[in-house]
Write a new protein. Structure first.
Length: 607
């Protein structure tokens, strides 16, 4: 057995990562420390200064592990990787799996292409982005391809020239210069690519000046068709510049601007992506499990989890507040980028104003959907808070599991489990159980069986609700006592009209007000677990109907089986049918009817 106090004495005075686990060896928290001995011991000392979240976590710790690292920097990287791997219950988690598109100019090729990609490779090509708006990427590519006849194919140009391959349609409609024809020099093609790179590098204004000079020269030489081509290019570029323009001189670098708003147990982090002085996109991110966490901690968790996953790191990150491990994160990102990365917290001036603008956008996101969020909150976290107070629970029941037993006419008993996480259905966690040890319709013993099987899988919930009354609660309580489990356990009982009425355990009975959010929440759980059980039971019953002794009779397929069951209702009815009645059944013929008749007679005689 793991002796926490003994293992605390053995902790090293070195940097590293610690991993907290519950009674079933599930990882519930991952943290890093400059000195493991000091940091980990803090959790098990006086709890008066601990937040309710930390108190709840410590109560569930049954063991811990640690990994020694050479530096705090290595510890931070390992911490981020382990959080991503385990998604611990008590860590602030960034719920995001987005990959952002980039525009790639394949300058590693003799005749480069301009394409959209999702990853940045070390292949000597040029990458621009990331773009958070896929429409913006597509629009930019469309403007470039309409303006410049760049090849889009992947063919080997040298081989195409050597084999004198015919050029594709794009060449004939003047959408491609046709380097595969051998009539275009690398220098001429590269001049066009250089203009594209200028455009993507945020130097559209300079490019417009160059194109304007060329247009004017063509017009002066009476080459009006060529002048019109330059005119159209200029118009497209000016439209693209106008979309990206912002009234400030501050945006002269590649920057990310980050700010946050929070409400209830969620935080919204807004980030504006600035590339070459232009805002190329913005994105919001939702972080969960932020209750009792400081702004410093929330923003720090976001920055670490977000930037560890990004292909592209900007030169400067402007953030609303100081964050945890700011200096270490700067060092890590600098190493990752290969050049200095700075995290700044502006106190005044235009950068401060930009951060405030981003913060307002984050707040607007929450407020814009405030009515919807409020309703969702009342149905979920709000209902959990009511439940916590009503049942006198120590902590908010983040994970609730509900169980029901179903049988039809006393046979085929099955159990079902539905799960609510943060007050919302968590369908990927639902489970179904075939009753294995109980004979006949015994709901109490059946409920005890599935709960015993459930607790052996670990990762136990904060609250269990059974579809039933005192009998079911008592049967399960005996199982819990046998295993030393202490989880709040209540039954959801119904009135004479079979509608949800209230909650009950061994000592208390609570009738719920039918007009309350809590009533709707509990009734919804009871209906969900009941319907889930019934659906499973019907599927098993239907399978039984489709598999019977008739499958063993040659010549009896699905159609004849259905026809026989439709006419005689049961297998017993088919067994007792006369040969003439079998022959008279739809889809049957005399040969197959005789086989069915003989099959059951031979079986009775033991042949």
């Amino acid at each position: 057995m793991f002796d926490i106090q003994e293992h605390l004495k053995q902790l090293p005075e070195q940097p590293g990562v610690y991993i907290m686990k519950d009674a079933f060896d599930n990882v519930i928290y991952v943290g890093k420390a400059v000195v493991l001995k000091n940091r980990v011991r803090q959790y098990f000392q006086s709890s008066k200064n601990h937040s309710s979240k930390v108190k709840s976590m410590v109560k569930n710790i049954r063991s811990f592990e640690y990994i020694i690292t050479d530096s705090e920097t290595e510890a931070l990287i390992l911490e981020c990787n382990l959080i991503k791997r385990y998604k611990p219950k008590y860590n602030v988690l960034l719920r995001d799996d987005k990959t952002y598109p980039y525009i790639k100019v394949t300058t590693n090729e003799d005749f480069p292409r301009v394409i959209k990609v999702r990853k940045v490779a070390k292949d000597k090509a040029k990458y621009f982005g990331p773009y958070t708006n896929i429409t913006a990427v597509n629009d930019t590519l469309e403007v470039i391809r309409d303006t410049y006849p760049i090849r889009t194919c992947k063919i080997d140009i040298d081989r195409a020239i050597k084999n004198k391959m015919r050029p594709c349609l794009n060449y004939h409609i003047k959408k491609c210069m046709g380097p595969c024809t051998g009539k275009v020099s690398k220098e001429e093609y590269r001049q066009m690519i250089d203009e594209v790179i200028m455009c993507l590098s945020g130097k559209e204004e300079k490019l417009v000046e160059i194109l304007t000079e060329k247009m004017q020269k063509c017009a002066a030489d009476f080459r009006f068709e060529e002048a019109a081509v330059y005119r159209d290019k200029i118009k497209s570029l000016e439209e693209m510049v106008q979309k990206q323009k912002i009234d400030t001189n501050t945006l002269d670098l590649n920057q990310d601007i980050i700010a946050m708003a929070r409400a209830n147990n969620e935080a919204c982090v807004q980030i504006f992506f600035v590339r070459n002085g232009k805002i190329v996109g913005r994105e919001h991110f939702i972080l969960e499990g932020v209750m009792d966490s400081s702004r410093e901690s929330i923003l720090g968790s976001f920055a670490k989890q977000f930037y560890m996953e990004q292909e592209y790191i900007p030169k400067e990150i402007i953030i609303e507040d100081e964050i945890e491990d700011q200096g270490i994160l700067e060092d890590i990102l600098t190493a990752k980028k290969g050049q200095k990365v700075v995290i700044r917290v502006p106190q005044k001036g235009e950068k401060k104003s930009l951060v405030e603008m981003v913060r307002k956008n984050a707040l607007e996101y929450l407020e814009k959907f405030s009515d919807m969020n409020k309703r969702k909150y009342e149905k979920s976290i709000g209902a959990l808070e009511e439940l916590k107070n009503l049942l006198e629970l120590e902590e908010l029941p983040i994970r609730i599991e509900s169980f029901d037993i179903s049988n039809i006419q006393g046979v085929d008993s099955i159990g079902s489990m539905v799960v609510y996480t943060n007050g919302k259905k968590d369908k990927k966690e639902y489970r179904r159980y075939k009753i294995k040890t109980v004979i006949g319709p015994n709901d109490y013993d059946s409920m005890a069986e599935i709960l015993e099987r459930r607790i052996k899988h670990g990762n136990l919930p904060d609250l269990i609700l059974l579809d039933g009354g005192k009998g079911q609660v008592g049967a399960v309580r005996k199982v819990f006592d046998r295993y030393g489990i202490d989880i709040p356990l209540w039954g959801m009982y119904k009135d004479d009209k079979h509608r949800t009425k209230g909650l009950i355990n061994e000592t208390r009975e609570i009738e719920l007000s039918k007009t309350s959010n809590l009533y709707r929440f509990v009734a919804g759980i009871q209906e969900e677990v009941h319907n889930y059980a019934i659906t499973y039971h019907r599927s098993l019953r239907d399978k039984k109907l489709t598999k019977s002794e008739l499958d063993n009779i040659p010549g009896v397929g699905d159609k004849r089986k259905k026809a026989l069951l439709a006419k005689f209702k049961t297998l017993e009815g088919i067994k007792n049918a006369t040969l003439e009645e079998l022959e008279d059944t739809e889809t049957m013929n005399s040969t197959v009817a005789e086989k069915v008749y003989d099959f059951f007679r031979e079986k009775e005689q033991g042949l």
